[in-house]
Design a protein around this ligand. Structure first.
Ligand code: PSU
Ligand code: MN
Length: 329
C-alpha cells in the first residue's frame, strides 16, 4: 500500500485493518493557523481528544517528500515549531527563535490538493489543508471516513474578481459521504456564498445541536441551517443513509465553538475589517491571506481569538472521534 510517496503509520494501518474508528486531522491550522507553542498543545490535544473516545488519530502532512497519514509526536513537534511564535510564546516555550532545532526553522509550506505532487517531488515539508487531507485519506483507503478541522475554506469576499475559491469545496464535493467536523467556515470568507456553493456541490451541512451556522469564533454566523442532529448516533444514521444512497458529497458537521470561549461578533468584525484593510494595503492575497488575517486578529483581540480557536479544534476532534466510533458500532 505504501508507495514511494505515501506512508501510512503502523497505528493507522492497524486500526484500518480491524475496522476501528479513525479520525484524520489536518495540519495547516497547526503550521499556519496558530502560533507556537499553543499550536503544539492543540495538535496534541486533538489527538488526545480522539483517543479519549476510542478512535485512532491520523494527523496528515507531507514530511520530507512523503505524504504521511498518522504522525509521530516528534513530527507534530517539528510542524508546530516551524510556526511563528505567538505573543508571550517565547517565554512559555523557554527559548528564543534561534534556539530552535535546525529542522524547525522556517515555516512549513501550506499544501492544498494542487500542491501535493510539487512538494513531494521536491522532497519538501508541508502541512495539509482540508482538501489535501481529504485527498490523503482517499490514497490511504480512508474514504469514506471522518476528519476534523477548525474552519473550511470557501468563497472569498472578492471572489467575483479574484476567483479565489478554496479547493476545499471541490474535494468536499467528491468525498463520498466522508464526515468533516468543523465550526463553520473561515470568517474572512463570504459565508453566505460559501454555503450556497456547498449546496450546489451536493455537500450536506448539518448543525450539531444548533439550527444556525456557527461563525467559527462566534456561536452563530447568523444563517439558518436546514438540517440538525443532536447525538453521534443520529449523525451516524444520517451518514449511513447518505452513503447507501451513493451520494458523492461530504457531510459537513458544524459544531459551535464552546460557549465559555466563544467571542462576541462586534469586536471580532471590527478587528477583521481592519485586518482586511491592512492586507489590501500590503498587497497580501491568495494562500498567504488567511495566516496574515489570523495573526492580525489575534493581536487585536489580545489572545481571546487564539483561545477560542484552540478550544474549538479540540472540541471538534472529540466530536469527530465520537462520530467515527458511532459509525463502526
Ligand atoms: N481556518 C482557519 N485556519 C486555517 C484554515 C482554516 O481558521 O488555517 C485552513 C484549513 O486548512 C483550510 C484552508 O482547509 O485554510 C483553506 O485554505 P485555502 O483558502 O487557501 O484553500
Ligand atoms: Mn484560496
Amino acid at each position: 500500500m505504501d508507495a514511494d510517496w505515501l506512508d501510512v503509520s503502523a497505528s493507522v494501518v492497524e486500526a484500518r485493518s480491524h475496522a476501528r474508528a479513525i479520525v484524520a486531522l489536518e495540519t495547516t491550522v497547526i503550521a499556519q493557523g496558530l502560533p507556537w507553542p499553543d499550536n503544539l498543545e492543540t495538535a496534541r490535544g486533538m489527538e488526545i481528544a480522539v483517543r479519549s473516545v476510542g478512535a485512532a488519530p491520523a494527523s496528515v502532512a507531507v514530511v520530507r517528500g512523503r505524504l504521511r497519514i498518522g504522525l509521530a509526536d516528534a513530527e507534530l513537534f517539528e510542524i508546530s515549531r516551524s510556526a511563528a511564535t505567538g505573543p508571550g510564546g517565547a517565554a512559555g516555550a523557554g527559548g528564543r527563535d534561534d534556539d530552535r532545532p535546525a529542522e524547525g526553522r522556517g515555516r512549513w509550506a501550506k499544501a492544498n490538493r494542487r500542491d501535493l505532487a510539487a512538494v513531494a517531488a521536491a522532497g519538501g515539508c508541508a502541512a495539509t489543508t482540508v482538501s489535501a487531507t481529504l485527498w490523503a485519506m482517499r490514497r490511504a483507503a480512508l474514504v469514506p471516513g471522518v476528519m476534523a478541522t477548525g474552519g473550511l475554506g470557501g468563497v472569498h469576499r472578492d471572489a467575483g474578481s479574484s476567483f479565489d475559491v478554496s479547493t476545499d469545496l471541490d474535494e468536499l464535493a467528491r468525498a463520498d459521504g466522508s464526515v468533516v467536523v468543523c465550526s463553520g467556515m473561515k470568517s474572512i470568507l463570504d459565508v453566505p456564498a460559501t454555503l450556497e456553493s456547498l449546496e450546489t456541490r451536493g455537500v450536506l451541512v448539518v448543525g450539531y445541536r444548533t439550527d444556525e451556522l456557527p461563525g467559527f469564533l462566534t456561536r452563530s454566523a447568523g444563517l439558518r441551517l436546514e438540517h440538525r442532529v443532536d447525538s453521534p448516533a443520529e449523525i451516524a444514521r444520517l451518514v449511513r443513509a447518505h452513503r447507501e444512497l451513493g451520494l458523492p458529497g461530504a457531510i459537513v458537521l458544524v459544531q459551535p465553538v464552546p460557549e465559555e470561549s466563544a467571542m462576541d461578533p462586534a469586536p471580532l468584525d471590527a478587528a477583521m475589517a481592519r485586518a482586511l484593510e491592512a492586507a489590501r494595503r500590503a498587497g497580501i492575497a491568495g494562500k498567504a491571506l488567511t495566516p496574515f488575517l489570523l495573526e492580525a486578529v489575534r493581536e487585536a483581540t489580545e489572545g481571546r481569538s487564539l483561545r477560542a480557536n484552540c478550544e474549538l479544534l479540540i472540541a471538534n476532534a472529540r466530536l469527530a472521534g465520537e462520530v467515527a466510533t458511532a459509525m463502526v458500532s
